[in-house]
Write a protein that binds this ligand. Structure first.
Ligand code: HEM
Length: 162
């Protein structure tokens, strides 16, 4: 196996990581949270959300690590660090931005702050808390999907007016 084979494997792992991770975010955003918001028993919402998203959290952590490691390996292999200095490669910045946001939430903010804060807020105001949670997921999902589209088109040379 030569270095190019490793690069192709990294690329396949990168795309698999993105599919499992962003696909999960899409499910939570478009199916799980809307279903929970429609549940009549507000106190059960939180319990169910914790059980279901808690399981996804491990999957998201593993896929975030795979996507990041394979991504940086590809930047190194291709020798394209200078892309980060060029606005026309905005989709490279977007990939790293999405990765940094999710890594911060999953590995730092959620365990240290968000978990406790979200529970407290949901007890005080379940409707408002789930509305905010939904909005946050919609924003992150939109950013992720624009990034995926930009990266697929950008790696094939599309210039996007810049
Ligand atoms: C640390 C974070 C990341 C780094 C360093 C990184 C780096 C890279 C590199 C170097 C490529 C290949 C570019 C080329 O062939 O010219 C690539 C492709 C790609 N990346 Fe990322 N990436 C990261 C995170 C992400 C994230 C979070 C997403 C999704 C939201 C993503 C989606 C994609 C897609 C869809 C491709 C195109 C694959 C293809 O069409 O073959 N990446 N990435």
């Amino acid at each position: 196996m030569d270095a190019f084979d490793l690069f192709v494997i990294a690329r396949a792992l990168h795309v698999l990581g993105v599919v499992a991770w962003i696909g999960g975010v899409a499910f939570v955003t478009t199916v799980l949270i809307p279903a929970l918001r429609r549940m009549p028993e507000a106190d059960k919402r939180m319990e169910l959300f914790e059980k279901l998203e808690g399981r996804f959290s491990l999957q998201a952590k593993v896929t975030t690590l795979i996507t990041g490691a394979s991504g940086f390996y590809m930047v190194h292999f291709l020798g394209v660090w200078d892309r980060f200095l060029q606005p026309r490669f905005w989709w490279m910045h977007a990939m790293v931005l999405v990765w940094v946001i999710f890594s911060l939430v999953l590995f730092v903010l959620e365990p240290l702050v968000l978990h406790r804060k979200f529970k407290e807020m949901a007890q005080r105001d379940p409707e408002g808390t789930f509305r905010k949670l939904h909005l946050m997921h919609v924003v992150l999902l939109t950013l992720s999907l624009v990034t995926v589209a930009g990266a697929v088109a950008g790696t094939r040379g599309i210039r996007f007016f810049l």
